[in-house]
Design a protein around this ligand. Sequence first.
Ligand SMILES: *Cc1c(COP(=O)(O)O)cnc(C)c1O
Length: 427
Amino acid sequence: MSKLAIDGGTPARSKPLPPNYPGAVVLGQEEADFASKVIMSQSPFRYYSPDPQYAVEQLENRMSADLGVPYTLGVTSATAALVVSLKALGIGYGDKVIVPANTFLATPGAVVCCNAVPVFCDVDESLNLDPKALEQVYDDEVKAIIAVPILGNPVDMDPIMAFARSKDIPVIEDVAQSCGATYKGQPAGSIGTIGAFSFQMNKIITAGEGGAVVTRDVKLFERAVRYHDQGLMRHHTRYGIDSPDDQFAFVGQNYRMSDITGAVMVEQWKKLPSIVAAMRQCHDLIRDAVAEKFPEIQFRHCPDPDAGYIGSNLGIIMPTKEATAQFNKAIGAENIGMHILYAGLPAYRTPAIYNQRTADKDNFPFNYPFRKPVVYSDDLCPRAIDLIPRTTYLPISPVLTEQDVEEIIGGFIKVYAALRDRQLIGQ
Ligand SMILES: *Cc1c(COP(=O)(O)O)cnc(C)c1O
């Protein structure tokens, strides 16, 4: 057994893994050509310009076709997509929205932006929202559920949809981290009432920034279009809406996607299947090699029997958070960067949320006099507190070579075996 790099041995890899930007690392001539066409036509705005290229519209049409959802709207980010979705659903002051304890700040942040208050639901070994925990956090002031497939792992949507139907509330899918994932054959984002996508740098496909809203519901879509564009309903005939009824118009904002972003995203969207296939292949090779060597290792649970994960990350649940920290340090020294999410904390433990502070007077809307007050205590979601700091992720780039995969497997086995022999991780 060779010496660990943290003990002065030779690292399993001579250089770090490729950066964890699956879409950005395959940005190339195709995106450059289409973006250049938009620029050279001097027409970067989607709704009017001297020589429109309709790039955002192309993106929307492609997404709709591939997701099997009639309505797609390009927006500026997933945060914008969540706000637009919540507004389309009419969620606002006096409402509560259930969000998973394990998510990025943007999920509860969008709820607060809409003047509603997030209620945190515990997670299970998928590290996603635990459908069995919903009943416990639900009350009749809850007006929606946001489900979030974390780092490429689908959410167990069937029981969540069934629960939502029983309470007659909508489900938003925040698929920012899992574009390309499926659940029982259905694309993530197309299962709930409305889906929110991100095209930010860290996500699966990217134009640096960007997002999209998808839905099957024409009424919700009309509201989404209006909210994202100053209350207007332009190009309505495209959606089969003959004459939008301006009587129902309301005040909106500007979350419109630029046609330059649209051009980059059309080409990125075309690359999504090959990105996912490449990541999944490496993911499965690494997982299988590790599982064969160490049958006791617990992988993050995938709730989809068809294995609809995209393989962007291999998630491993370690026995303790101390072991996880030791392991990450040792494997990092081998030039194989693994990490826990969100500093090991549930989203409600982030100071701004925990202290219920907003930019508004009197911490509006947290000061709403709910019949059942929303209080964030340390131990609100005990499984999230337990699982988040002991789930470590190996990011898997679509551009890993065979040699990279071999080195990762070798380094993983070396570090895990050594720490197990030192009884730092379980037998
Ligand atoms: C990144 C992320 C967002 C926000 O995406 P932006 O496009 O950066 O606004 C929302 N939800 C989750 C779960 C995310 O990871």
